[in-house]
Write a protein of this length. Structure first.
Lengths: 493, 513
C-alpha cells in the first residue's frame, strides 16, 4: 500500500483536488435545491485553493525524490503511471501558475454567471478542465497527453457555447469543436505512427529510440518525421498557430467573456506546457527538423496575428488576434529552449506565459465589466474610460502596454527574455522579424490607449460597476503584473 | 548624501506623482512645480559634488539588484557626458511646467505625465546599465504620447501615433542590437552583465556576414537608427514638426530641450564606443545626411508661416550641426556638439515658451495674425529678439560658441562640410529675422492685437533664468566645460581605441583633404 500512497496518491493531489471538487459539485447539483446555490459557489472555489495548497505541500516535500523514481518493482499499473507522469520542481511551478490563474478565472466566471442558471454546470466543467491542464503539463507519455488533452478540450467546447442566447455562441462552439476534433484525429494518427515505429508511448523510450544512430535514417525514422510533422499541425491547431488559427478569433469572440479569459490564459499556458513536453521531452532528437518548420511558422503567426488585429473594432476579437501573435512569440521562445544537463530551461517561456496569462485575464475582466454595463465590447465602449474611471483606465493601459511589450511592464521583460534566448541560440533573424511584427502590432494597442484617454465620448459616464469582485480580479491581475516586473526572479528568472 | 543623490534625482519626480494623485486639481500644479524645484536644488548639489577633474569616470554610483541571472542592475551614475544633460533636464522642468501653467483640463493627470517624463528622462541619462537605459528610453514615450494625444491641438492623435510609431520602430531594432551585444559578451567573457562600460569591451567582428555588412555594422545600425530618429536626422525627422505643432507648450519645450538630446547622447554613449569601426565607416553617410538636414531644415523653416513649425524645423537644422560635430572625430567638433546640445535645449525651449505665450493670449501661431507686437508688448519683444539672437548664434550668446566650435572642427576635418554648413547658418539668421519682422515689427494690423497683455509674473519667472543661462553660456561656457573637459579629452581615444588610434584616422582624413 505504501508505494501506492507515495507514488500515486501524493503526486496526484493537486489534480485530485479539482476532480474531487468536481464530483462534490455534481453531487450537490443532483440534490437540485435552490438553497444550495451559494454553497456551490463556495465549493467551486475550493478546487483551485486545495490544488494550490497541495502544490505547495509537494514543493516543500522534496519533489525531486519523486522525479528520481525508477519504475519497477511495483504493480504493473503503478509502473505505468510513474513512467507517464512527470513531477519535478519545474512542473510544480507550472502547477502553481495553473492553480492561480484558475482561481482568478473561477472568481471571474462565477461573478459573470451568478444570476444565470448555467452556473453549476459551468463550475463543474471548469474543475475537470483545470485537472486536465495539470495532467497535461506533467504528461510523460502519449497516452497521458491524449487523455488529458481530450479531458481539457471537450468541456471547453461545451463552455464556449454554454450561454444559449449569446450571439454567435453556438456557432463558435461548433466551429471550435469541428476544428478541434480534426486536430485530435491528426494527433491520434501521429501517435499511431510513433507507436508503430518505436513500439512505445513513453517519451523517454521514444526519444532514446530516436537518439539511436539508426533512429533518424531508416524507414521508421521517416515515419517519426511524418509523425512530428503531424504533431506540428495538430498541436498547432490547439495553440492557434497560423495557418491553423482560423477558429480562434471566432471562438474567442463567441464565448462568454470570462470563458474567453480562461481560454486565453490558463488553457494557453497548459497547451504550451504540453507542447514543451511533446517537442523537447519526446522529439528532441529530431529538433533540427521541426525547428526548421516551427521557426518560420512562428514568424508567420506573429504577422498574421498582428496584421489581423489592425482592423478589428471588437475588443475581444482584437485580443484574439493579439493572442495569435503572442503564440508566435511563444513558439519562438519554445524553439530556443536550451538544456542544462537533462533539465530544460523553460523558465523564460514560463515567465512569458504567466505574465501573458494575467494580462489576458485582466484585460478580459475589464472588457466583461464594460460589456455588462454597456452591452457591447466594441472599442467605442471604452472611450473616455481613462478619465471616468482612472484606476480601471490605468489597469487597461498597463495590460495593453504589457501586451505590446513596452518597458517597463512585465510583458516587455517577458519578450526580452524570450528574445535573448533566441539570439543566444542563433535565431537572430527570427528575432528581427519578431520585433518588426511587434512594431506593426503597436498600432492597434495604441488604438486602445487612444480610445481610453484621447477620445471624448458623449456617454462615457454610462459605465456602472455592478460587480466588485470582478474589479478585484482586474486589480489582482494588475498587481501581479507589477510584481512580476519588479521581481522577475520570483518566477525563476 | 552624495551616495544617494542620483537616486533622489531620479525618484523625487515619482514622489511628486504619488502626491499629485490625491490632491485637488489646482494644488497638483503647485506640487509639480515644487517637485521640479526640488529637482533644481538637487542638481545644484550635483554641480557642487560632481568632480570635474575626474569627469571621465562614472561618479556617485548607486545601484539595486534587479535581474540577477542576466547581470542586470538598477544602477545609476554620472560622468562628464551625462552631467550637462542632467543639468539641462532638471533646469528645463520648471520652465516647461510654467509654460503650461494655463492648462485647465485634467490637471492631475497632466502634471503626473510631466513628472513621469522627468523621471524617465533623468533615468535615461543616469542609467549605467544598458537594459535600464532601454527601459527608461521607452518609458519616456508613454507620458509623451499622452501629453501630445490628450492635451494637444486638433490633429493631436495623428501626431501622437506618428511620434510613437517612429520612435518605437527605431527602438525595437535597438533592442535586437542590445541582445546581440549581450550574447556576444557572454560568448567572449562567459558571464552576463548589463554595465555599459563593461559591455563596451566586447569585440564585435568586422567581417562581412550579410550584404557586405559585418556584425559590428548591423549592431551599429540597429543602435544608431533609434538614435537618429530621436535626433532627428534628415530624412527621419518627419515626426518632429507634427509632434511639436500638436503638443501643448510644455510638452514642446521638453521635447525640444531634452528628448531630442537623447539621440546624440545615445550616439556618444553607445554607437561610437560599441562599434567604432562601423562609426568611422559610416561617417560619409552620417555627415552627408546631417549636411542635408542642416540646409534643408533651415530652408523649410524659412518657408513656414506657423511659428511653432518654424522652430521645429530649425531644430532639424541645429541638430544636424550636432551630428556633424560628432562626425569630425576631433576635439573641437566634439566640444561643439556637446555645447550645441545644451544650447539648442535652452534656446529652442525658450522659443517654444515664447510662442506659447503668444498662443495663450491670441490662440494663433500664424504670422498673418500678428504684426507690430513690439509696440504692444515691448518686454515680450525684447525677449523674443534676444532668444532668436541666441538661436541664430550671435557672438556673445550661447549659440555662437557651440556652432563656432563645430564649424572649426568641420573645417579641420573636411573644409567642404564647413562651407556648406556656414551657408545654412546664414539661413538660420534669415528665417528667425523674418519671424521677428512679421510678428514684432510693422504696424499693428489686427484689432485684437491692440490690447494684448505684456509678460506676466509667471512669464518673467520662466524667461529670466533662460536669459541668464544664455548669457552665462555665451560669455563664460567654462563653468560647464570645466566639469566635462577630461571626459571630452579622452572621448575619442577611449571610444576608438579598440582597433586604431585617433591620429591614424585623422591622418587618413588629412591626406584625403
Amino acid at each position: 500500500m505504501k508505494p501506492v500512497i507515495d507514488y500515486f496518491l501524493i503526486p496526484v493531489m493537486p489534480v485530485a483536488a479539482f476532480i474531487v471538487t468536481g464530483l462534490v459539485l455534481i453531487a450537490l447539483q443532483c440534490l437540485n435545491s435552490a438553497k444550495l446555490k451559494p454553497l456551490i459557489k463556495l465549493v467551486a472555489l475550493t478546487g483551485p485553493v486545495f490544488a494550490i495548497g497541495a502544490t505547495w505541500f509537494l514543493f516543500k516535500n522534496a519533489p525531486l525524490e519523486y522525479s528520481r523514481l525508477q519504475p519497477g518493482g511495483h504493480q504493473a499499473w503503478l509502473n505505468e503511471f510513474i513512467q507517464s507522469y512527470l513531477l519535478d520542481s519545474t512542473t510544480l511551478i507550472w502547477y502553481w501558475a495553473i492553480g492561480a490563474l484558475s482561481f482568478l478565472s473561477f472568481v471571474f466566471i462565477e461573478t459573470y454567471f451568478k444570476d444565470k442558471e448555467e452556473l453549476p454546470e459551468v463550475m463543474i466543467l471548469l474543475q475537470f478542465v483545470s485537472a486536465a491542464m495539470m495532467l497535461l503539463v506533467s504528461a510523460n507519455s502519449l497516452l497521458m497527453v491524449f487523455m488529458a488533452l481530450e479531458l481539457m478540450s471537450l468541456p471547453i467546447y461545451v463552455l464556449v457555447g454554454i450561454e444559449p442566447n449569446r450571439h454567435h455562441g453556438a456557432e463558435a462552439s461548433l466551429k471550435y469543436f469541428l476544428f478541434g476534433s480534426f486536430a485530435t484525429v491528426l494527433l491520434l494518427f501521429s501517435i499511431a505512427l510513433i507507436y508503430s515505429c518505436t513500439g512505445s508511448l513513453h517519451f523517454n523510450q521514444i526519444s532514446s529510440f530516436l537518439l539511436a544512430p539508426t533512429g533518424g535514417n531508416n524507414p521508421s525514422g521517416l515515419m517519426a518525421l511524418t509523425a512530428s510533422a503531424l504533431f506540428i499541425i495538430s498541436v498547432g491547431f490547439k495553440l492557434g498557430l497560423a495557418p491553423f488559427h482560423m477558429w480562434l478569433p471566432d471562438a474567442y469572440e463567441g464565448a462568454s467573456t470570462p470563458i474567453t479569459g480562461f481560454m486565453g490564459s490558463a488553457v494557453k499556458l497548459a497547451a504550451f506546457g504540453m507542447a514543451v513536453r511533446l517537442w523537447w521531452g519526446m522529439l528532441a532528437p529530431l529538433s533540427t527538423h521541426w525547428i526548421s518548420i516551427l521557426g518560420p511558422l512562428a514568424v508567420v503567426t506573429m504577422f498574421v496575428g498582428n496584421l489581423g488585429a489592425l482592423k478589428q473594432r471588437n475588443l475581444k476579437r482584437l485580443l484574439a488576434y493579439s493572442s495569435i501573435s503572442h503564440a508566435g512569440y511563444l513558439i519562438l521562445g519554445l524553439i530556443s529552449i536550451s538544456k542544462t544537463g537533462s533539465q530544460l530551461n523553460t523558465q523564460n517561456l514560463f515567465y512569458y506565459l504567466v505574465v501573458y496569462g494575467f494580462m489576458f485575464l485582466g484585460a478580459l475582466g475589464l472588457i466583461s465589466l464594460i460589456e455588462r454595463s454597456s452591452g457591447g465590447t466594441d472599442i467605442s465602449n471604452i472611450e473616455g474610460l481613462g478619465f471616468s474611471h482612472p484606476l480601471l483606465g490605468l489597469c487597461l493601459t498597463l495590460f495593453v502596454l504589457s501586451a505590446a511589450g513596452i518597458p517597463p511592464t512585465a510583458g516587455f521583460l517577458g519578450k526580452y527574455f524570450l528574445f535573448s534566448d533566441a539570439v543566444r541560440n542563433g535565431h537572430t533573424n527570427l528575432v528581427i522579424w519578431a520585433v518588426l511584427s511587434s512594431t506593426v502590432g503597436i498600432y492597434y494597442y495604441l488604438r486602445v490607449i487612444i480610445a481610453v484617454y484621447m477620445t471624448e465620448s458623449a456617454g462615457r459616464s454610462s459605465l456602472v460597476i455592478r460587480d466588485r469582485s470582478m474589479v478585484m480580479v482586474v486589480l489582482a491581475c494588475a498587481l501581479c503584473m507589477i510584481f512580476f516586473a519588479m521581481f522577475p526572479h520570483r518566477l525563476g528568472i | 548624501m552624495t551616495d544617494s543623490l542620483l537616486a533622489l534625482l531620479v525618484f523625487v519626480p515619482l514622489v511628486g506623482v504619488v502626491l499629485c494623485v490625491p490632491l485637488s486639481q489646482p494644488l497638483a500644479r503647485w506640487v509639480a512645480l515644487l517637485t521640479s524645484l526640488v529637482g533644481v536644488l538637487l542638481t545644484a548639489l550635483l554641480y557642487l559634488y560632481f568632480d570635474g577633474t575626474k569627469a571621465e569616470q562614472l561618479q556617485m554610483a548607486w545601484s539595486l539588484p534587479w535581474i540577477g541571472s542576466y547581470g542586470i542592475y538598477f544602477s545609476l551614475a554620472v560622468d562628464g557626458i551625462s552631467f550637462p544633460l542632467v543639468l539641462l533636464t532638471k533646469v528645463m522642468m520648471p520652465i516647461a511646467l510654467l509654460a503650461s501653467w494655463g492648462e485647465e483640463r485634467r490637471l492631475r493627470a497632466f502634471m503626473s505625465c510631466f513628472l513621469l517624463l522627468d523621471f524617465a528622462m533623468t533615468g535615461t541619462f543616469l542609467a549605467t546599465d544598458i537594459f535600464l537605459f532601454y527601459v527608461f528610453w521607452e518609458l519616456m514615450l508613454i507620458p509623451m504620447i499622452l501629453l501630445i494625444g490628450v492635451w494637444g491641438s486638433q490633429n493631436r492623435i495623428f501626431a501622437a501615433l506618428k511620434f510613437f510609431l517612429f520612435t518605437f520602430s527605431g527602438s525595437v531594432l535597438m533592442l535586437v542590437s542590445i541582445l546581440w551585444i549581450f550574447t556576444q559578451y557572454f560568448q567572449q567573457f562567459g558571464n552576463y552583465t548589463g554595465e555599459i562600460i563593461e559591455l563596451s569591451k566586447v569585440g564585435l567582428s568586422t567581417h562581412s556576414i550579410v550584404w557586405g555588412l559585418s556584425t559590428q555594422d548591423l549592431v551599429f545600425w540597429g543602435l544608431t537608427l533609434a538614435f537618429l530618429i530621436k535626433v532627428p536626422l534628415f530624412p527621419l525627422h518627419t515626426w518632429l514638426p507634427d509632434a511639436h505643432v500638436q503638443a501643448p507648450t510644455g510638452g514642446s519645450v521638453l521635447l525640444a530641450a531634452v528628448l531630442l538630446k537623447m539621440g546624440t547622447y545615445g550616439l556618444m554613449r553607445f554607437s561610437i564606443p560599441f562599434a567604432p569601426e562601423s562609426f568611422v565607416r559610416s561617417i560619409p553617410i552620417l555627415s552627408t545626411l546631417s549636411l542635408i538636414g542642416i540646409v534643408y531644415g533651415a530652408w523649410v523653416a524659412f518657408q513656414q508661416t506657423d511659428m511653432k513649425k518654424l522652430v521645429a524645423y530649425s531644430s532639424v537644422s541645429h541638430l544636424g550641426f550636432v551630428v556633424l560635430g560628432l562626425c569630425t572625430l576631433n576635439r573641437e567638433g566634439l566640444t561643439g556638439s556637446v555645447l550645441q546640445v545644451v544650447n539648442h535645449g535652452i534656446s529652442s525651449g525658450a522659443l517654444f515658451v515664447l510662442v506659447g505665450i503668444l498662443y495663450e493670449r491670441r490662440h494663433s501661431r500664424q504670422f498673418e495674425d500678428f504684426g507690430g507686437l513690439a509696440s504692444v508688448m515691448p518686454k515680450y519683444a525684447f525677449f523674443l529678439v534676444f532668444v532668436a539672437c541666441s538661436s541664430m548664434a550671435v557672438p556673445g550668446l550661447n549659440g555662437f560658441v557651440g556652432e563656432f566650435l563645430i564649424l572649426l572642427g568641420a573645417f579641420k576635418a573636411k573644409p567642404v562640410w564647413a562651407y556648406i554648413s556656414v551657408t545654412a547658418a546664414v539661413f538660420g539668421a534669415l528665417y528667425l529675422l523674418v519671424m521677428i519682422r512679421q510678428v514684432l515689427f510693422g504696424p499693428v494690423t489686427s484689432g485684437e492685437n491692440k490690447n494684448l497683455k505684456d509678460l506676466s509674473i509667471r512669464d518673467w519667472a520662466s524667461l529670466v533664468p533662460i536669459t541668464l543661462m544664455i548669457l552665462a553660456l555665451g560669455i563664460r561656457p567654462n563653468f560647464l566645460l570645466k566639469k566635462m573637459d577630461p571626459a571630452l579629452d579622452g572621448f575619442w581615444k577611449s571610444s576608438l581605441k579598440k582597433s586604431f588610434s585617433e591620429s591614424s584616422v585623422l591622418g587618413k582624413r588629412d591626406k584625403k583633404v
